[in-house]
Design a protein around this ligand. Structure first.
Ligand SMILES: *[C@@H]1O[C@H](CO)[C@@H](O)[C@H](O)[C@H]1NC(C)=O
Ligand SMILES: *[C@@H]1O[C@H](CO)[C@@H](O)[C@H](O)[C@H]1NC(C)=O
Ligand SMILES: *[C@@H]1O[C@H](CO)[C@@H](O)[C@H](O)[C@H]1NC(C)=O
Ligand SMILES: *[C@@H]1O[C@H](CO)[C@@H](O)[C@H](O)[C@H]1NC(C)=O
Ligand SMILES: *[C@@H]1O[C@H](CO)[C@@H](O)[C@H](O)[C@H]1NC(C)=O
Ligand SMILES: *[C@@H]1O[C@H](CO)[C@@H](O)[C@H](O)[C@H]1NC(C)=O
Ligand SMILES: *[C@@H]1O[C@H](CO)[C@@H](O)[C@H](O)[C@H]1NC(C)=O
Ligand SMILES: *[C@@H]1O[C@H](CO)[C@@H](O)[C@H](O)[C@H]1NC(C)=O
Ligand SMILES: *[C@@H]1O[C@H](CO)[C@@H](O)[C@H](O)[C@H]1NC(C)=O
Ligand SMILES: *[C@@H]1O[C@H](CO)[C@@H](O)[C@H](O)[C@H]1NC(C)=O
Length: 271
């Protein structure tokens, strides 16, 4: 029985003699360096980090579902066929991202009319948002929606109302249901932007381009906080898909001990 372990033992011994680190985690320095960088698109550095990966961040720097791509130097995340431009990230107790629909970026006349859809296992709407409703393809002969009109081109008009205006309009039946309009798209905005629209203090494009906030739903947020506080960077073990804390010269499942002259212990936490 023991003979089968003998060759392996000699190989290990050989490598320790010539002072090569013989470890499954020999690349930790590389992983630490890679995951220390936030997403950078072109020359534009963002503050988007764990659980996001993609672009200059390797897959092990984040979690599946949180892949970021760059389009024209801007970070994007795509879910349910909608591409969201990521405007900012805040990594506090509950990490959040500020996003805007890319198809509404700089225009309220998108090429197709797709509802705002999230993958609710990955994200949730933050509090303090209100929807702006847009209607397209409305019958111009009747007042389908008593809303604000914006002419996209000779054949397309966007009609929109803030949530407060929609409530005040008493429209008990949605114009799409009655057939007066063909499409409806709801886009969330910050409450403050919605109020500014109600007070004519801003324009619709500025309000929409201001984006809205999403909570990032990651079970390992607590572990990541501990890891970062200990000087590590958060990531995911490529093999086990478990949370991992990459440290400058070693790694652990939870924290980077300052006193790492000793063998790093894996201090896994329950739940
Ligand atoms: C991080 O890893 C990714 C994927 O392997 C690679 O494309 C990128 O260049 C690396 N970045 C750094 C700063 O090493
Ligand atoms: C995404 O779009 C493709 C084609 O445009 C369609 O086949 C697919 O069902 C869409 N997926 C979702 C989740 O809407
Ligand atoms: C993210 O970075 C931008 C500029 O790079 C900065 O304006 C913003 O305040 C940062 N956000 C957070 C939450 O740190
Ligand atoms: C008007 O704009 C829509 C997109 O909003 C486009 O699909 C349509 O082809 C345009 N029509 C004309 C006449 O330019
Ligand atoms: C998502 O947000 C809604 C409304 O704030 C809340 O009721 C719900 O519990 C949240 N879901 C998760 C998974 O956090
Ligand atoms: C906005 O509309 C979406 C559906 O498109 C809905 O899930 C969300 O709860 C609405 N938000 C508010 C603040 O009403
Ligand atoms: C709108 O009214 C005009 C003239 O009254 C009529 O020719 C046209 O067919 C109407 N359009 C629709 C969509 O009902
Ligand atoms: C909505 O209904 C209320 C009460 O029924 C009425 O006072 C108000 O004028 C109505 N608003 C519109 C825009 O019709
Ligand atoms: C905003 O402007 C619209 C149209 O110009 C007007 O009907 C409305 O009373 C204005 N609202 C406020 C709060 O000034
Ligand atoms: C590391 O060592 C210093 C001094 O040797 C000690 O004060 C500190 O508590 C140790 N930290 C940990 C995490 O063991």
């Amino acid at each position: 029985m023991q003979y089968s372990f003998l060759p392996f033992f000699f190989i290990t011994y050989f490598f320790s003699i010539i002072n090569l680190p013989f470890s499954l985690r020999a690349d930790d320095t590389v992983e630490y360096a890679n995951c220390s960088q936030p997403i950078t698109c072109g020359s534009v550095k963002s503050n988007i980090s764990y659980p996001f990966w993609g672009a200059n961040r390797a897959e092990y720097c984040g979690k599946s579902g949180y892949e970021v791509t760059c389009q024209a130097d801007a970070p994007m995340i795509t879910m349910r066929n909608i591409t969201f431009r990521i405007l900012d990230m805040s990594s506090t107790t509950t990490p959040t991202v500020k996003v805007a629909r890319q198809d509404y970026w700089g225009t309220i006349c998108p090429p197709t009319y797709v509802p705002t859809n999230l993958i609710f296992s990955l994200f949730n709407y933050s509090s303090g948002l209100l929807n702006v409703s847009f209607w397209y393809g409305c019958n111009t002969n009747v007042t389908a929606v008593a809303g604000n009109s914006h002419f996209c081109n000779s054949s397309v008009t966007a009609t929109y109302l803030t949530q407060t205006q929609t409530r005040a309009s008493n429209a008990s039946v949605d114009p799409v249901t009655t057939g007066a309009c063909q499409y409806k798209v709801m886009v969330p905005v910050f409450e403050s932007a919605s109020e500014a629209l109600d007070n004519n203090a801003t324009d619709i494009q500025t309000a929409i381009d201001g984006g809205f906030e999403l909570d990032v739903l990651d079970d390992d947020t607590g572990l990541c906080e501990i890891c970062v506080a200990s000087g590590g960077v958060c990531g995911q073990d490529s093999t086990s898909a478990q949370f991992i804390c990459f440290c400058q010269d070693s790694s652990s499942t939870a924290t980077c001990s300052e006193n790492s002259s000793t063998i790093p212990t894996s201090s896994g936490t329950g739940t």
